[in-house]
Design a protein around this ligand. Sequence first.
Ligand code: GLU
Length: 368
Amino acid sequence: MRNLEIKRMVVKIGTNTLCREDGSINKEYLEDVARQLVELEARHIQCIVVSSGAIGAGSSELGLDGVQKDVAMKQACAAVGQSLLMRAWREAFSVYGKKVGQVLLTYGAFSDRTRHLNLKKAIDELFRLNAVPIVNENDVIATDEIDEIFGDNDKLSALVAGSTDADLLLLLTDVDGLYDRNPDADPHALLIPVVDEITEDILRIAGSKKNERSTGGMRTKINAAMIAMECGFAMVIANGKLDDVILRVAAAEEIGTLFTPSSHYSNRERWLAYAFPRGTIYLDEGAEEAIRNGRSLLPCGITAVEGVFKRGEVVRIGTFAKGVANFSSEELEAQLALCRSEREEGKRNKNESAFVSSSNIIITSNNP
Ligand code: GLU
């Protein structure tokens, strides 16, 4: 048995698991998930579902062949499929007398502190009203900031778990977990039961295309695991087709691969660590050292600024930290010009106000 104590979990279900081969939604599967979640509720475990399948279902409804690659096409398919997906979830839960609530998110929801807090409040309220939150990315409008991660519900589910104080993220997929080698090519491949640290080896295994039978592949799951481990909640990758898999994982049975939590960010730190940065600030060595020693970032240590941001938005600081800007990029440029002219005159402004206050800085290790 694993050492897991769960009060709230996020269950992410991939397209290959909840859709049939032709992309249509597997209603019996959804009903089986609903049965398990209702049983967990009786054991006082709340579950948030992150459901993929909108693009697949939409594509099947529109009579399109194959996997959609074009972004606009995916968006159109998601627009058609999302309502079908929600109808299917509604029907599945209605068998058990439960209601569902649709929560459509973009990554922007995790960048803005107010929206981030709103998300948590809305999810708490849905639970209070006895409705199951069913989350998906708002694929129809999810574009500029997330192009390279479009359609990655693995990362989204980790951010949802982090924002809603979940203790466990369960990624249900079409493989049994993380293997040490490609299980299709090598019959001696072994399932890795527990991962305590994301090593170069784990990244190499996950990066190998051969291990990618599921939609997002193993790499996006490992990225989700990094978020989970840093935020301090556990993550399990398990085969969604196993009998009672959700109940068994929640009961701490040793199935799939468990990623153990390694640190405990506060709620605010979690937000900051995974907020989408609106700009990048480059520093001189002295400023970098000051930040690493827990001090604020003053304008005179800044060597260059990239991007356009407003006061209160998150910026990347060098390659090692993130923080909340106290001035807009325009105000900062003006400050930097002042710093430069003062330096030329051999003066140094001793009363500089911090561009990022020390309490609003987080040193990020491996998150993007
Ligand atoms: N959001 C996508 C959909 O609902 C799926 C993304 C994923 O599978 O990671 O179709």
